[in-house]
Ligand binder design. Structure first.
Ligand code: THU
Length: 134
């Protein structure tokens, strides 16, 4: 039985191969474990108008929300060209909307040793939805 980390990293690697990244040639895949246990995946989607590019994490969040899930319990991000692809600043904030600081984030590449970090390490002192309730 594969562990959570391996399953998520494999899902991210599989969806990475479907990335639409003809401009950067930097395919990225993201996989999110929802609170109900299901995995939601997404790849980066680039555009001829470069600034319209959507990151893999944003694509995965869109798929997750469309499936009716709003809590993330683990994240995996895989890129082909680097051993560990840390989520960009904007995606750290996007993830923080649905995940807490202790949420594990696995960064990996097929065949390489993955790195485990947490959302709190990637985005300390996050601006979270609760701030709007004060
Ligand atoms: N990219 C992601 O998909 N996620 C990240 O967190 C970092 C960057 C994508 C965006 C663009 O398509 C390509 O990587 C190069 O920046």
């Amino acid at each position: 039985m594969r562990d959570d980390r391996t399953e998520l990293l494999e899902a991210a690697a599989t969806v990475m191969r479907r990335a639409h990244a003809p401009y950067s040639n930097f395919p990225v895949g993201a996989a999110l474990r929802g609170a109900d246990g299901a995995i939601h995946v997404g790849a980066n989607v680039e555009n001829a108008s470069y600034s319209e590019t959507q990151c893999a994490e944003a694509s995965a969040i869109g798929a997750m929300v469309a499936a009716g899930e709003t809590r993330i319990t683990a994240v995996a991000v895989v890129a082909e060209r680097v051993e560990h692809c840390p989520p960009c600043g904007g995606c750290r904030q996007r993830l923080a909307e649905f995940a807490g600081p202790d949420t594990p984030v696995y960064l990996g590449r097929p065949g390489a040793e993955p790195l485990r970090t947490t959302l709190g390490e990637l985005l300390p002192l996050a601006f979270e939805p609760e701030a709007l309730e004060s």
